[in-house]
Ligand binder design. Sequence first.
Ligand code: G3I
Length: 360
Amino acid sequence: MPDTPRTHRRRRVFRPLPLAAAGALITAAAVALPQLTPDASAATTLRGYADGRGVKIGAAVGDTPLTSDSSYTTVLDREFNSVTAENAMKWDAVEPTRGSFNWAAADRLVAHAQAHHQGVRGHTLAWYSQLPSWLRNGNFSVSELSSILKSHIDTEVGRYKGKVYAWDVINEAFNEDGSMRSSLWQTKLGTGYIANALRWAHAADPAAKLYINDYNIEADNAKSDSLYSLAKQLLADGVPLNGIGFQSHFVVGGVPSSMKANLKRFSDLGLEVSVTELDIRIPLPASAAELAQQSADYKTASENCLGVARCAGVTVWGITDKYSWVPGTFSGYGAALPYNESYAPKPAYTGLSNGLNPNA
Ligand code: G3I
């Protein structure tokens, strides 16, 4: 019987890889391995998926539940790697009286985030709302008002220098038709306040990413067109604008079909894009079908950002329906968040998880 042909085995000689090839292998391995943060949570949490793809999954945090509700912080710290102060960093909270500051709640949130390896989004510096009465009613001159805005930015951004990775420097500057909103800032200082605020924020913390944030700009519409034009001009003028925040306050079934393409055009300018205040309200009582649609909407909305270059992450505007701003603002609506009032994850949680999980 002829010998069973055997594969011809040569003695293996190990030859070191050329340096470039070795480098490529190491790089590939590094990219392939999940980027674990020091506080990396289980891979199947929102935070685990987000950490694995190097993006943020954040939540707006209220000071009351942060300091009084252990279920709230348990979910916050397990599921989220970023926080936004829902109200604690707004002007009326930090400087209720001119020159008299109250940083306690903002400091609490920053300290909590640092203790739990969470990033902090600063919210917000130049906005038409939640201004203290001394400012709203001060009837200041142009130069006085400009100095007041600069001092506010210097003080607040300076206080959290190195502790806030992104600031909503400008919030809700546009009207629905694309015209500039008639705010205290716009009316008195003109549109130039936007470039000045961004420059002052950059000087106060050069490492922080500086955003313009707004709602109803998720679709390609008159409002997002105007913001796009402004962003292009600011970049052309060398103004330190780093990103656009798409608040994404939706009604169930209302995620715009043009959202991904719209975010991409801003990303194509070289800007970061972030979903900054995602919630999806439902007319109450929410039906099973509406909760299922909400789940699909959470997945779609998160994928519309995460599928675009330079998407920095997704922040939901709260954790649980128990503390959502929605019922107090939109009568008859609620159930907008991933967890219900008893901290049970809703189908929305699964939708958001599947949006973050690249293997879903
Ligand atoms: O702090 C006072 C408290 O002293 C007082 O006793 C209480 C009752 O009057 O009111 C408290 O202020 C409330 C504040 O939240 C802090 O809890 C205001 O009445 C209330 O109007 C305010 O609502 C916030 C809202 O912004 C104000 O416009 C919501 O919690 C907050 O979720 C919401 O967040 C905004 C973003 O900043 C920007 N994008 C839209 C988003 C939803 O409106």
